[in-house]
Design a protein around this ligand. Structure first.
Ligand SMILES: Nc1ncnc2c1ncn2[C@@H]1O[C@H](COP(=O)(O)OP(=O)(O)O)[C@@H](O)[C@H]1O
Ligand SMILES: [Mg+2]
Length: 249
């Protein structure tokens, strides 16, 4: 069981974002996807949960062809794939507990009692026990990210997608979030995809890497392989100079 994109094409108008991109996250591992700003990383994640449909190519999750699922199939898929959005994306007018319980509310057959218990469990897993009644505005950036992770694990998914989970955080908080990502893998056995351009974070969480450039897979391999890669595009990333990588307009 895994996540796989096979030769995916996606254009918006005349802008070809994905031009035959392939990548695979194997069962139980964390795949880090690297790529310059605007290279199509978030677009890739949206294909995995069926928020976007490919123009061509295939998207597979858990042996299911995502781009051919009907409404009900997509609903079930999204229960099984947690999504930690860029900038946490919490609802400001809802409490932390309400934010975390959102996905559970949509499931039939989960009593209010069970839901509240599950929310508390998830908050405890990200070291946010007791914060349920707070509002997002009362939280730090790192705490919001943790709540975003708690929300993503609430429906007991087998997969979690993290869209730039450490962007905008200070180095210590970044390390804490990385540790949480590793904890989710170890304790819940989830398969993860992490998008980042923070290499320090990337090496802390990655079992494998994929890199997207010009809409295609520029690299895929282990941390050791990426460290020793001679590809100038890969080197620019490894050496912390992603700004050298320009995406074609
Ligand atoms: N729904 C959309 N409609 C039109 N253009 C989009 C849409 N989503 C993304 N794009 C464009 O696709 C490109 C890649 O976007 P994105 O995947 O968000 O980049 P990033 O790699 O920084 O996450 C960008 O040029 C963006 O403007
Ligand atoms: Mg993005």
């Amino acid at each position: 069981m895994a996540i796989e994109l096979r030769d995916v094409y996606k254009a918006f108008g005349s802008k070809e974002v994905l031009r035959g991109f392939s990548a695979e996250a194997r069962d139980g591992e964390t795949l880090v996807i690297l790529g310059g700003s605007g290279s199509g990383k978030s677009v890739t994640l949206k294909h995995i949960v069926g928020l976007l449909e490919p123009d061509r190519g295939e998207v597979w999750v858990d042996g299911l062809r995502v781009d051919e699922l009907d409404r009900e199939g997509l609903f079930e898929l999204r229960r099984n794939v947690g999504y930690v959005f860029q900038f946490a994306a919490l609802f400001d007018s809802m409490t932390v507990a309400e934010n975390v319980g959102m996905g559970l509310k949509r499931l039939t057959g989960v009593s209010k009692e069970d839901r509240l218990r599950r929310v508390e469990e998830c908050l405890a897993r990200v070291d946010m026990a007791g914060y349920g009644e707070r509002l997002p505005a009362e939280l730090s950036g790192g705490q919001k990210k943790r709540v975003g992770i708690a929300r993503a694990i609430a429906t007991e998914p087998r997969y979690i997608l993290y869209d730039e989970p450490t962007t905008g955080l200070d180095p210590m908080t970044r390390a804490v979030i990385d540790e949480l990502i590793n904890r989710m893998k170890a304790e819940l056995g989830v398969t993860g995809i992490v998008i980042t351009h923070d290499m320090e974070s990337a090496f802390r969480v990655a079992d494998r890497f994929a890199m997207i450039h010009d809409g295609k897979q520029q690299f895929q391999g282990s941390p050791d392989e990426i460290r020793s890669s001679a590809d100038p595009m890969v080197r620019a990333f490894i050496e912390g100079r992603p700004e050298l990588i320009e995406e074609a307009e």
